[in-house]
Unconditional design. Structure first.
Length: 233
């Protein structure tokens, strides 16, 4: 398996006590963000009550979104064209200005999500790789379901423990957009970490921990199976 993954999505959902967002306040926040190098957006959308957003489009698919809901705000990068380090710089800058503008004293919980893909070396079909080889289901699914499978894989949930103050929801499956790539999604849920305005670096640290989980745990787990067929047991 190719060790260099291909990130396609970063997002962070930051929860706060419910409040009503005034459009005028968000317009001022949009202007303040536009004065920064890290967190400026090109457009706004205030058409849906209680669901406001700032956004930028780059190229054919890349979309940056800053979404505001009554009890949370979320930053997301779809089809990313920036490294995680740049997103984390943007996240800390935008979250800090937002907490100031909306008078949010702390964030009681947050989630971070990373989606990426790994290209297979010895297999040209990620569905067969995951279902037949990793899950040992060759010739065991068709007789029962009698339909072709578009996407297949694994879903794993790792609960919070005393050593790990978060839960991880993991999806490993074949990638719809590329037959020979494995899609990986990890959502880290940090439900007991109260984050203040001066402690936003903790969210960035948690995102790096999720990235480390992908590199240090998921990649070697999958890589052990991506061997030449003659080496299969």
């Amino acid at each position: 398996m190719q060790a260099e993954d291909r990130p396609i999505h970063f997002s962070a959902e930051l929860l706060h006590l419910p409040c009503k967002h005034e459009v005028s306040v968000l317009q001022k926040l949009y202007f303040d963000l536009s004065q920064t190098r890290e967190a400026a957006y090109d457009n706004t959308d205030f058409s849906l009550p209680g669901r406001f957003r700032f956004f930028s489009r780059r190229g054919a698919r890349t979309l940056s979104t800053f979404l505001f809901l009554p009890d949370r705000f979320m930053l997301a990068e779809e089809w990313v064209d920036i490294p995680l380090s740049d997103f984390l710089t943007k996240l800390e800058r935008a979250a800090g200005l937002t907490m100031d503008a909306l008078n949010i004293p702390f964030l009681p919980a947050h989630t971070v999500t990373l989606r990426t893909t790994f290209a297979l070396t010895h297999y040209d079909d990620a569905r067969r790789f995951l279902l037949d080889h990793v899950c040992n289901q060759e010739d065991r699914l068709g007789p029962y379901f009698r339909r072709p499978i578009a996407v297949g894989g694994l879903r794993l949930v790792f609960p919070e423990t005393p050593e790990h103050p978060s839960s991880y929801n993991v999806v490993i499956e074949s990638f719809r957009q590329s037959q020979h790539e494995v899609y990986v999604e990890v959502k880290g849920v940090f439900a007991r970490q109260r984050v203040t305005r001066d402690g936003l670096s903790l969210i960035a640290d948690n995102f790096r921990a999720v990235q480390g989980f992908v590199v240090d745990s998921i990649f070697p787990f999958l890589n052990q199976y991506d061997t030449a067929r003659e080496n299969w047991a």
